[in-house]
Design a protein around this ligand. Structure first.
Ligand SMILES: [Zn+2]
Length: 167
């Protein structure tokens, strides 16, 4: 016999869905560039639910990128918080990540954050200063605050800025 209380308990304990997983993963950001979610970065490749087991596929930006370990554990934590008990995070390397996978929203957020976004590899537009949009800029250091960014300076407004290098 199913009592009203049993039915209520079942409703409350409803299993999280794959949509819940995507929503939870929207909160996982790149620790080095916290305005970018892993979805914006394009490293979140696939999320699949098999019964109660959730598989998450990610492609690392750079092999040996120190941020990837943090991202992996943040994914596990976000999904545990969303009620997933069995989570497998797989690294998929069938195609190498490229900055072309960064979403439109991600590029806009980089710009707003003061980082010149990478241009698409097919266009190779000149780098523009995120402050004044001048393209009269020069590289100060190939390695800025992180390996994926170059430190540049604008010759017009004199402001230094990071450029997310095209890869
Ligand atoms: Zn400028």
């Amino acid at each position: 016999m199913v009592t009203a209380i049993d039915a209520w308990a079942q409703m409350v304990k409803s299993e999280p869905t794959v949509e819940d997983a995507w929503r939870a993963l929207e909160g996982v950001v790149d620790p080095e560039i916290p305005v970018l979610t892993i979805g914006d970065l394009g490293i979140l490749r696939d999320v699949r639910l098999f019964g109660t087991r959730l598989n998450v596929d990610i492609t690392p930006t750079y092999s040996g990128c120190p941020a990837m370990e943090t991202i992996r554990s943040d994914i596990g934590q976000a999904l545990a918080d969303a009620g997933f008990e069995e989570v497998t995070v797989r690294t998929v390397l069938d195609e190498a990540w490229t900055t072309d996978w960064i979403s439109e929203r991600g590029r806009r957020r980089l710009h707003e954050y003061g980082i010149a976004p990478p241009s698409l590899t097919s266009t190779s537009k000149p780098v523009r200063c995120p402050q004044c949009a001048a393209d009269h800029v020069r590289v100060v250091s190939e390695f800025g605050s992180t390996a994926c960014k170059a430190l540049m300076v604008c010759e017009v407004c004199r402001e230094p800025f990071d450029h997310f290098k095209v890869l």
